[in-house]
Design a protein around this ligand. Structure first.
Ligand code: FES
Ligand code: FES
Length: 136
């Protein structure tokens, strides 16, 4: 299968690979896995004043499209508010990276990871978890 240039770019130069301290109160950690292939993605956000995401990191043990999807997601997350981050749809990622149909679930993984990180942040800060996971 041919990867798009943008996937290859993110795969070769992944942005924001790393780890934030999950014990910090202003850090949300999302950990999700794809049932299709067993790939695993961890995505973390750091939230500052006014609900603005000041940092985002990821580690993905998965295919090139999953790595590119999470790398792109961290780029998009920085500077967004939580509400704006919740509006990121996996199809935005599909479009940006020109993912083929068999790779759509890799982008779903990134959307789920964002939402899972936001939920972790919310619960840590005394808010209810949102029910937002896409049902596949
Ligand atoms: Fe499963 Fe990409 S995450 S093939
Ligand atoms: Fe994740 Fe279907 S199992 S998109």
């Amino acid at each position: 299968m041919a990867y798009s240039e943008k996937v290859i770019d993110h795969y070769n130069n992944p942005r924001n690979v790393g780890t934030l301290n999950k014990d910090e109160k202003n850090v949300g950690t999302g950990l999700v896995g794809a049932p299709e292939c067993g790939d695993v993605m961890r995505l973390q956000i750091e939230v500052g004043a006014d609900n603005v995401i000041t940092d985002a990191k990821f580690k993905t043990f998965g295919c090139g499209s999953a790595i590119a999807s999470s790398s792109l997601a961290t780029e998009w997350l920085k500077g967004k508010t939580i509400d704006e981050a919740l509006a990121i749809d996996n199809m935005d990622i599909v479009e940006e990276l020109a993912l083929p149909p068999v790779k759509i679930h890799c982008s779903v993984l990134a959307e789920d990871a964002i939402k899972s990180a936001i939920n972790d942040y919310r619960v840590k800060n005394g808010l209810d978890a949102l029910v937002l996971e896409k049902s596949h």
